[in-house]
Ligand binder design. Sequence first.
Ligand code: PNS
Length: 169
Amino acid sequence: MVRTMIYPGTFDPLTNGHLDIVRRAVRLCDRLIVAVLVNSAKQTAFSAAERKAMIQTVLQDLRTVEVVHFDGLLVDLYRREGACAVVRGLRSESDFRFEAEMAAANKLLLPSYETCLLPCRIDLAFTSSSIVREVASYGGDISGMVPSALIEKICERFAARNSQQRPEG
Ligand code: PNS
């Protein structure tokens, strides 16, 4: 039986913390689906297609990883893919509260749903997509926070945004 796990998220953008979880999760299953949330209600710096492409660039050497978009409920994707667990990274107590609520809600919706929480590496405990966006928006150094293949794309996006926002004259 193929053991499929799903790693869902917004990944706006993928960070070194996410990458660490992917690398550890591939060892726990036969097939890992990295599922990028398409959420039209949430403003993201990168479109779903861009986020997916960026992840594919970074993960291209991992043969058992697939990157997909998903919209709607995570349990529907879980059922469709015949998954045995969802994997999520845990950085802090505040993460735990959110993850526990999400796990409980999903378990109510689908009794076979399981969650596998992986504590993050201590040196990545304060790395998040929102911190990356914040630092990049001020032109700061994000090289310790994201895979090197993504640095240029992220910096370009925020440089373009800043020049659009700059008042004329
Ligand atoms: O990286 P994020 O933004 O913390 O990921 C959150 C995500 C995408 C895992 C979560 O928002 C999600 O699963 N959304 C899909 C909608 C859903 O199933 N909601 C019910 C779970 S409480």
